[in-house]
Design a protein around this ligand. Sequence first.
Ligand SMILES: [Zn+2]
Ligand SMILES: [Zn+2]
Length: 232
Amino acid sequence: MGVIKIGDGLTEVPLSGVNVFFLADGTGGLVLFDAGFPTSERAIEAAVEALGHELTDIRHIFVSHSHGDHTGALANLKARTGASIYMHRSEANLVAKGRAATHLTAGPGFLSRRMHRRLMNIVPPTVTAVETDVLVNDGDVVPIAGGIEVIHTPGHTPGHAVFLAREPGAIFLGDAAANVYGLRPMSSHGDHWQAEQSIRRVAQREFEVACFGHGTAIRRRASARFRRRWKA
Ligand SMILES: [Zn+2]
Ligand SMILES: [Zn+2]
């Protein structure tokens, strides 16, 4: 499946049905954003090797939310690397119990229903339980890789968060939005109104590159496209 360079020190790893991302931390290590499915561990390891690194170079893992397509390989990767996990408290509490499913309903329209059904079929409801090392909140700036800001984006799940890496100007959106059938809301949310408010807030920020859990990354002037889409 390979790796795709999408920016300076920034790599996308397309897995079957979800993407994870690596960001160079500037000191020889790697930051991983989200952790794929339970079956994704080997593909993530192969991606690290393709980048000329060893698995233990993963020092930090930022997790957008609890769902099993984003936390599946998290426990095993943590065990093998000793990396620190960063997550919002609401999601961390679920993952600490191995719970990966939350209530979701499909958004309006055929495309949302189709993608919702597909994800419901492939996303596991439980994952291997793992503790989060650093509970993060809206506005926190983690002082690695030039500063990674936490933006709490409830809606898809209550504790969903996106991460804005200031150095390359890249945002890691998890399931706050998707770019499968064009730039759109994610197909399913726990609270659609709240998710809409969250993505409008994100659209007010400046970022060059947008990285999605589902869909193709936007590599240039991404925040302008978000503002057009959500009229922020
Ligand atoms: Zn999700
Ligand atoms: Zn997802």
